[in-house]
Ligand binder design. Structure first.
Ligand code: AMP
Length: 395
């Protein structure tokens, strides 16, 4: 895998696709700079080599050139984080950009305006990609958050940089860490798949069944499995049309020698509310009018036991409605078990959507081996798909 370490950037202009799609408040101030911080090591290496950086990103989903989606709003924050004054140009193609790029000196950073102010970006337009490509000598993709998109700046542009393209440190580490689960894993391997729906996780489950020893199924999606096996689930979340699929997954797992661990008990509530009345129930015998919102105590103990004996752990999806404090304890217990296993030498990857928010919310971010930065991109990697942004560098 070719990373920026393959080049000395002295006197080179690096054209870097970053993911600076950060949240802004009503005053158009950056509220979470994590994505800018994540790109810092790549940018610093290039500057320290004696090169300059031209940063390309999108911000939000603009329909037009709307002020609220201008990347000028992130310039001050980026300058503070990178420790270098960041220059900004009001477009990403055209004469103004040519002038700004032309006067860029080694050690300097320039951010181009939101790529999505041009509809050609998301269309993957080749002519637009070629216009962008003229700004740099070497193309660096460090935008994991958009690596699953075949857009002009994320994938199409790479064809104009034959032998002059590489991964930034962030994108490279995402690939290395997901591969620690999918291809270079140490047994026993456990996947904890939770969250709301079976339908949104089915492709991941199918892909990982060949790679794991244990599959823990938790959260809302567990009820479809329980009902399919004859359980009574009250008003719990269920996808009735996926019951057969749930049975197929269980059969497939058995065939492949994967041990499936479903919840055995659950915290039931009389409404979908943090203030609801709650009790512990056998997950196969939930009374009418009640719904399961969290893993019960026996389930937590069962999941913890499996997690603690694992050497490789994937956590994708919470095992309860963790957004409500009264139903967050199952997910917190899972986070605790994962951090304990990690302390004992296991590799743990948290990736894809809400499990990332849960791990951060409960302060376990630095107690697991790796927290992925890309929701959709990580999901697609776990599904076994080839991401266009990655393929374009490898081609
Ligand atoms: P996902 O994005 O598919 O990982 O789903 C995450 C969502 O699943 C979170 O918002 C959780 O609140 C929700 N969830 C987890 N367990 C349950 C449950 N037992 N009932 C309803 N929703 C749940």
């Amino acid at each position: 895998m070719k990373t920026i370490d393959a080049y000395n950037f002295k006197d080179k202009k690096a054209l870097i696709r970053v993911d600076f799609n950060v949240p802004l408040n009503d005053q158009l101030e950056v509220t979470d700079p994590t994505r800018i911080e994540a790109a810092k090591p790549t940018i610093i290496k290039i500057l320290e080599d004696g090169g300059s950086c031209i940063l390309m990103s999108h911000l939000g989903r603009p329909k037009d050139r709307e002020n609220e989606f201008s990347l000028k709003h992130i310039v001050e924050t980026a300058s503070g984080i990178l420790g270098v004054e960041v220059k900004f140009v009001e477009d990403c193609i055209g004469p103004k950009v040519a002038a700004a790029v032309g006067s860029l000196e080694p050690g300097q950073i320039l951010i181009l305006e939101n790529l999505r102010f041009h509809a050609e970006e998301e269309k993957g337009d080749v002519a637009f990609a070629k216009e962008l490509a003229q700004w740099g000598n070497i193309y660096v993709n460090d935008a994991f958050g958009t690596a699953h998109r075949a857009h002009a700046s994320t994938a199409v542009i790479a064809q104009f940089f034959k032998d002059r393209k590489c991964f930034g440190y962030l994108l490279a580490s995402e690939i290395i860490n997901v591969n620690k689960v999918l291809s270079d894993s140490q047994s026993p391997v456990t996947a904890i798949i939770g969250g709301a729906k079976v339908s949104s996780k089915i492709t991941i489950i199918e892909n990982i069944l060949d790679k794991v020893d244990h599959l823990i199924i938790g959260g809302g999606m567990a009820f479809t499995f329980v009902k399919a096996q004859g359980g009574t689930i009250g008003t719990s979340l269920v996808e009735d049309d996926k019951q057969e699929l749930a049975l197929d997954i269980l059969a497939m797992a058995k065939e492949k020698g994967v041990e499936v661990h479903l919840p055995v008990d659950t915290i039931i509530a009389d409404s979908f509310s943090n203030e609801a009345k709650s009790e512990i129930a056998d997950i196969y015998k939930i009374p009418e009018g009640w719904m399961g919102l969290d893993a019960g105590p026996k389930t937590r103990a069962l999941f913890t036991e499996v997690i603690l004996k694992s050497k490789t752990i994937l956590f994708n999806g919470p095992v309860g409605v963790f957004e409500m404090p009264n139903f967050a304890n199952g997910t917190i217990e899972v986070c605790k078990a994962i951090s304990e296993a990690t302390k004992n030498g296991a590799f743990s990857l948290v990736g894809g959507g809400d499990s990332v928010s849960a791990v951060k919310q409960f302060n376990f971010g630095d107690k697991v081996s790796y927290v992925s930065t890309g929701g959709g991109a990580m999901l697609e990697m776990l599904e076994g798909k080839t991401l266009p942004g990655i393929a374009a560098i490898l081609e």
